[in-house]
Design a binder for this molecule. Structure first.
Ligand code: 9WO
Length: 248
């Protein structure tokens, strides 16, 4: 898989060369290629911004260098769709990450200033994606968020244990609570079941916690996710215990 990113700030993407995405890039599971519009300027000042038609404050990314950088990326990555990260896009979530992980690559445009010329969107952009309803200083962080979310889905990016865990029960649910040693901190003990060594009981407890937390915090996530008989029974029990006012 390859990611080609058009950005005025390629150094920002060094932050992806650590941890899980860093290891995946080192192992060659994914490749990250950066295209800087500044390298495609023609003038002595290497200008990458332009004044907006219609006036007003702020600037727009200058057309010629941006278009040249995009087209250089398209030439090197034929078949990779061009994605523009903006608050006007479709909201990125785990299903979109899974979809992008199936592709051979993506070209991401990280905008700056007030954005890019709409004619470039029309002529070059295949998909517009948002990572959430807020305005940032540029599309670099959203591009990195998407790349991180996709890379960790590639076969071999996580340990084998992790990947098995991923496609099992927790799919579409919030995570269960985690604990490590010592057995007691801040006046709180680790739930006894986790120290029981009974892996079947532990599996059921974790699944129940995941279901319960999803029901409490993000009930809308359960609407789109059918529950099997075991899950329904575990959630029913969680709700009964909740209504009793008891915990754990
Ligand atoms: C700037 C601005 C200023 C005044 C009023 C509205 C405004 N909108 C913007 C704006 O959207 N600037 C963008 C900055 C231009 C494209 C790159 N930038 C960006 C991308 N900010 N936030 C994102 C983004 C991308 C994906 N998901 C969430 C946010």
């Amino acid at each position: 898989m390859r990611f080609d990113v058009v950005t005025l700030f390629p150094k920002v993407f060094e932050a992806l060369r650590v941890g899980i995405p860093g290891r995946a890039l080192e192992r060659g599971l994914a490749e990250l290629v950066l295209w800087n519009p500044r390298d495609y300027t023609q003038d002595a000042h290497r200008t990458v911004d332009g004044r907006p038609y219609g006036g007003g404050p702020g600037m727009v990314m200058k057309v010629e260098p941006l278009l040249a950088a995009i087209d250089a990326a398209r030439e090197r990555a034929p078949g990779s769709p061009v994605l523009y990260l903006s608050p006007q896009g479709r909201t990125f979530a785990q299903p979109a990450a899974r979809m992008l992980a199936q592709r051979s690559g993506s070209i991401l445009i990280a905008g700056r200033y007030e954005g890019i010329d709409e004619r470039i969107v029309k002529a070059r952009v295949d998909e517009e994606w948002s990572i959430g309803d807020y305005v940032l200083s540029g599309g670099e962080l959203p591009a990195m968020v998407m790349i991180d979310a996709v890379i960790r889905l590639l076969p071999g990016a996580l340990g084998h244990a992790d990947s098995a865990l991923q496609d099992s029960f927790s799919e579409g649910l919030l995570d269960c609570p985690h604990y490590t040693r010592p057995d007691e901190i801040l006046g709180q003990r680790v739930p006894k079941v986790l120290r029981s060594g009974n892996h079947e009981r532990i599996r059921r407890w974790r699944l129940q916690q995941a279901l319960g937390r999803t029901w409490l915090r993000r009930p809308e996530l359960l609407k789109g996710r059918p529950l099997d008989d075991e899950e329904q029974a575990l959630l029913d029990e969680f709700r009964r215990v909740c209504e009793d006012g008891s915990i754990d």
